[in-house]
Design a protein around this ligand. Sequence first.
Ligand code: ATP
Length: 350
Amino acid sequence: MSASVFLSGLSHWFDDFQVLNGINLEIAAGEYVALLGPSGCGKTTLLSVLGGFIQPTDGQVWIGSTDMTNVLPAKRPTTTMFQDYALFPHMSLRDNVSFGLRMAGTPRRQRYRLADEKLDLVGLKADGSKRPHELSGGQRQRIALARALAVEPQVLLLDEPLGALDLKLRRAMQDELKDIQRQVGTTFVHVTHDQEEAMAIADRIIVMNAGRVEDVGPPARIYREPATLFTADFMGEMNHIDVRIINSKVETVLGLTDSLDLPDGVGKLCVRPEALSIDGNGRSLGNVILQDATFLGSYIRARFAPTDAPDQILVAHLPPTQTPKTGTVLKMYVETNSFCYFPDNMEKQN
Ligand code: ATP
């Protein structure tokens, strides 16, 4: 079972500090969404409002076709999995996983059967009689997930569930989480401040900033065509090129003088490092001088200073086989259709 979530005009204040500001969102039943944003932007508060732990100052929370705004956490079809998953150390894994079912009065045989199903789902069926201290960090995280799923919530709320794991394990667990979500079909709302994690797991990403929703969409769209400059910068490294547009003609300090179908004004053309190259493909950006280059395994991160605008440093990701020397003058190109444009007045409005 899974349920949709609908948030309408949601705002929340802690005393005189507004932490959520007019949030409207629709999450489909069975969807995996990531709530992504910098520390302090209100992700956990929004998750707590969804779980019923915080009563919003304004607005409504609907789960499925029911208004849940004033419903207590225990009466909601939601379960929250916290970063500190706090397994009971004196209980077996089977008892940990079936704890919520025990609280709900489910008879022992039935709850153990359901717990074993969930232990199987997370790949730990043979370990039901072990204690939490016998597990690795990744295994403990799986038990916490099995415990959260054992009560069969319609919506699972995950607050930085992989935050305590090292990077390699974190990436492996992202794949597992996504696979498990597909198998159970429950709606997952997953809080993270890690862009790569959000892109790896989510059907849609909700980007938050200072209590507001900045952007909502599938990972590829959010990355390639961000709705705001904040999202553009938050989703990964971005080059900003100051431009003036007069009669659709672009004026920049760089060699780009093409006509672009943009309204007149001043703003920023933004371009990802992987859209810049020195191999002759795309629009020319003129001559650049290589400042420095760092080998990062799958690519070289290179910083270039345009000869006409030495202060406008451009970062490019070059193939690891390309190793130009520092100080070399090269021609820089940018992939066609790889720009996003943000007028300066839009930036101020946000
Ligand atoms: P992080 O990624 O660091 O966990 P977050 O995006 O989840 O951050 P929240 O935990 O929702 O952010 O907090 C948002 C803001 O609200 C922060 O400035 C925080 O200090 C403040 N805040 C959170 N809980 C309370 C509270 N109970 N009372 C007062 N202020 C609070």
